[in-house]
Design a protein around this ligand. Structure first.
Ligand code: ZN
Length: 334
């Protein structure tokens, strides 16, 4: 039985037996913040540029929102955190967040947000807004698939090093890609850059259609009164891998650009990849942020560190039906 089948089986039993209701006592008086990235209507259409574990299908997202609307009080992230800070009741309160500012948040998620009239917050990596740029994991996903399809010989020491590291992880391809991205996150930025330069050179440049929202789309979402925006750096830099000064430049640039382009102050920040340090937390406080979200799994309460706010991440494999979705939110290891 595959891991996913097993999870589906366990989640159904947990829901059916009432076990989940029992577990939910653990999160009584705590708030839930969900983290999404991409919302897609078809995986096939964009397969080269999808990092596995980064998307939820539009129909799945719709079922989540319908379920949440029925069972939770949906609040914007700033509202949820203000209530938490003031010691107000946040039992069964939930905020929806999206990281990065993908164009599909506008083309697919926004329709659902409007249909159900629910609030959401999108964290923007501002230098990607309105551009054809790619994040390195998407670019790498493209190149590695190309490379495999064309079965090219490897002639770069960094690529050999990556392959060597992952030699036990060859199938299925999604797991290989996940493992490759995870491995590369631990490399120095210069090494990642060098590997990409090599792959670009061999495979040719990639020219996908625009993958990130533009400022007009952001303004339209903001004007709906349902969507608010937070900052997520300018260039999606992993902030603990650069100097504090470089980190500050990234943070300030994203803060300022959002203010200039949208006329709204982003009160909250999302650390790219969830990477943070105590110095980064202080830096954000200095620049007036009210809090920052991470990728650490958990629910929020008054005693939570507002500059290391936990969330529950959603991607298609772990939340394709409502039993899985509920288990994902309530069980630690799901
Ligand atoms: Zn991100």
């Amino acid at each position: 039985m595959s891991k996913l089948m097993l999870k589906k089986f366990i989640s159904r039993i947990a829901v059916g037996s009432g076990l989940l209701s029992l577990v939910s006592l653990r999160v009584k008086n705590k708030g839930l913040i969900l983290m999404y990235h991409r919302i897609l209507d078809s995986v096939q259409k964009e397969k080269y540029f999808i990092q596995p574990g980064m998307y939820v299908l539009a129909e799945t997202f719709r079922s989540h929102v319908a379920f949440l609307k029925e069972n939770y009080t949906l609040l914007s992230l700033p509202e949820l955190m203000a209530r938490t800070k003031n010691g107000q009741n946040i039992n069964k309160c939930c905020a929806i967040t999206f990281d990065d500012g993908w164009r599909d948040n506008y083309t697919h998620a926004f329709a659902v947000i409007k249909e159900y009239q629910v609030p959401a917050t999108i964290f923007l990596a501002t230098e990607f807004v309105g551009t054809n740029r790619l994040f390195w994991p998407e670019e790498l996903t493209f190149f590695l698939q190309k490379f495999n399809e064309d079965s090219r010989p490897e002639s770069d020491p960094l690529l050999s090093r990556l392959r060597e590291k992952l030699r036990n992880q060859t199938s299925p391809p999604e797991l290989f890609l996940d493992a490759a991205i995870l491995e590369l996150k631990s490399w120095r930025p210069e090494e990642r850059h060098q590997l990409l330069v090599f792959l670009r050179d061999v495979c040719g440049t990639v020219q996908p259609e625009r993958l990130f929202i533009n400022w007009d789309e952001a303004r339209e979402m903001l004007a709906s009164g349902l969507v608010s925006f937070g900052a997520h750096t300018a260039n999606h830099v992993l902030l603990d891998q650069v100097t504090l000064q470089e980190a500050e430049t990234e943070v300030v640039a994203s803060l300022q650009t959002i203010k200039d382009k949208l006329g709204a102050v982003p009160d909250f920040f999302a650390y790219p990849n969830g990477n943070y340090t105590n110095r980064l937390k202080s830096l954000l406080k200095q620049h007036g942020f009210k809090g920052a979200v991470t990728t650490k799994k958990g629910w929020v309460e008054k005693s939570s560190d507002f500059f290391a706010i936990p969330r529950v991440g959603m991607h298609q494999d772990v939340c394709s039906d409502l039993a899985l979705f509920e288990a994902r939110t309530l069980l630690r290891r799901f």
